[in-house]
Design a protein around this ligand. Structure first.
Ligand code: PBG
Length: 334
């Protein structure tokens, strides 16, 4: 009896052998052992710049995001800096679009002027220039058309020219998002020829043909007028192809690698992080943002809480930096 009792006591005391809950007992202890934490320095904040004066037009499908004329974009950039966000990414929306996206690479184009104004007002803020023709073409595709088809090689010099004009205007980082083959090489070569050897390229290397870009196309007025982008952006079912795209861009001279969208592609972020030794950036895209806002407006989720959970999960997956429309509100909470 005595012996049985001893055995019973030992079993009950020792079970469970492991108690992970011990480290969850208090907020301070939880903070101490947290593996992934966010800070404002993790974020890159997107801005949509339009022509005109005193424009601050709400984007219906993205509550809290606006089309901004240059002076408002400058004010927003100052706010980002004040909150500790080190960088903005700029998208220009011109008044006049044409088949070849001329305003995208014009020296006095909307994005080039916005870059100059922001650089002038907030010199330390790192300006990322999104390089793509879709906001500038009247057909809304990311390159020029030949026979109703987006022509890869004919698009490359235009992208290179856009990269050069943005860098000459003061952009600190060039971020091509068009998904043409060979564009990193073309852009690197063009930058170097213009003595812009120190301007880094952040390649949208693994960019998927995603339904999550819907609200962006309202914000940037860049929806394709026919067809879709599946002929150049990646198929959501593919993972090894992402690694191939990333490998090619590294070989062609990319300095940083992006995965986009973020939330449905956390596995890709993780695999890219394991594969390459360059900084990995994830784009928490418009549809991901708008879903949080819509659900929060209905009181279906706690908006701040899911925002932080989403941003944390993107960083936990391996992102060194996150492009996010939440950048300012998240920084305020941190
Ligand atoms: C331009 C570009 C797009 C986004 C970033 N750069 C749109 C697209 O490819 O259709 C989407 C960003 C977002 O949804 O927040 N090519």
């Amino acid at each position: 009896m005595g012996r049985l009792q001893t055995v019973y006591t030992v079993i009950t005391m020792a079970f469970p052998t492991h108690r992970p809950r011990r480290l969850r007992r208090s907020p301070v202890l939880r903070d101490m052992v947290r593996e992934t934490t966010l800070e404002p320095a993790d974020f890159i904040y997107p801005l949509f710049v339009v022509e005109g004066r005193d424009v601050r037009r709400p984007i219906t499908s993205m509550p809290g995001v606006f089309n901004l004329s240059i002076e408002h974009a400058v004010a927003e950039a100052k706010q980002a800096k004040a909150l500790g966000v080190p960088s903005v990414i700029l998208f220009g929306i011109p008044d006049h679009k044409d088949a070849r996206g001329t305003q995208g690479y014009a020296r006095e184009g909307i994005v080039q002027r916005a870059i100059r104004a922001i650089k002038d007002a907030v010199p330390e803020l790192q300006i990322v220039a999104d390089v793509c023709l879709c906001e500038y073409t009247d057909h809304g595709h990311c390159g020029v058309l030949e026979g109703g088809h987006v022509a890869n090689d004919a698009t490359l010099p235009l992208l290179a020219q856009m990269a050069v004009t943005c860098a000459q205007a003061g952009a600190d980082i060039i971020a091509p998002s068009d998904m043409m083959d060979g564009r990193i090489h073309s852009i690197r070569k063009a930058l170097d020829e213009c003595s812009l050897v120190d301007t880094p390229i952040l390649s949208y290397a693994a960019k998927y043909a995603s339904g999550f870009y819907g609200p962006f196309r309202e914000a940037a007025q860049s929806a394709p007028q026919f067809g879709d982008r599946r002929g150049y952006q990646m198929d959501p079912g593919n993972a090894r192809e992402a690694l191939k795209e990333v490998g090619l861009d590294v070989e062609e001279g990319a300095d940083m690698i992006m995965v986009k969208p973020a939330l449905s592609y956390l596995d890709i972020i993780h695999r890219v992080k394991e594969r390459v030794d360059l900084p990995v950036v994830a784009y928490n895209v418009s549809g991901e943002y708008s879903m949080v806002k819509a659900a929060a407006q209905n009181n279906w989720v706690d908006g701040d809480r899911v925002m932080m959970e989403i941003l944390t999960s993107i960083k936990r997956a391996g992102a060194d930096l996150i492009i996010t429309y939440h950048a300012l509100e998240a920084s305020k909470l941190l």
